[in-house]
Design a protein around this ligand. Structure first.
Ligand SMILES: [Zn+2]
Length: 192
């Protein structure tokens, strides 16, 4: 019986709770490596940022074989990233996709600043910060502005993926939810 989206979400919540309060298990054991040879049945797909401070398996206190992870700066989905997500959904039967943004994201920050070099355009060009308009935030609220932009970008990516699934004709697409990770506390805040 495959793990449902509801079950997967609860397992991620529980794992993050253990991680945040310092009770994470050691999941990368020799036994687990042996089991990896039997194949993979990841129960959640995580689309996250490449930021070195957001180690996805650790954040959710899971081990090898649990998560199918797609990462890029600012969790921007390229054609290859989209195909990777669909591969896990269609071929591996994974029923939940989490879009994981995070506090102090450099990609979102660069999009907000609007002064990124041309070569960064494939990343910042996909990050819409218009709903985190600096003119509507207090002048001293840079952190709050960035946090709002991180949340809105994660939700935009959720919407983008849902639209892409619909356009691709998936009859039973996986559930897509957004989340944001707090660097200091280790907590994942669920957005949807
Ligand atoms: Zn980031």
């Amino acid at each position: 019986m495959p793990i449902s989206a509801d079950q997967a979400l609860e397992m991620l919540r529980e794992g993050n709770r253990r991680f945040a309060c310092g009770e994470a298990r050691n999941r990368f054991t020799t036994d687990e490596r042996a089991r990896a040879l039997e194949g993979q049945e990841p129960w959640a797909i995580v689309v996250g940022c490449s930021d070195s401070r957001v180690p996805v398996e650790a954040v959710f206190d899971v081990g090898s074989g649990d998560l199918f992870v797609v990462r890029s700066a600012g969790h921007v989905l390229s054609a290859a990233g989209l195909a990777s997500v669909r591969f896990a959904a269609e071929k591996l039967g994974t029923r939940l996709v989490v879009i994981l943004g995070h506090e102090d994201c450099g990609a979102v920050s660069a999009a907000l600043a609007g002064d990124a070099p041309d070569w960064l355009e494939p990343i910042v060009g996909h990050i819409d910060v218009t709903r985190a308009d600096p003119t509507r935030a207090p002048a001293d609220a840079d952190d709050a502005l960035l946090a709002a932009a991180v949340d809105s970008h994660a939700l935009d990516t959720v919407a983008e993926l849902r639209t892409w699934f619909a356009a691709g004709g998936l009859s039973d697409p996986p559930r897509v939810v957004g989340a944001a990770y707090k660097l200091a506390t280790g907590e994942v805040h669920w957005l949807t």
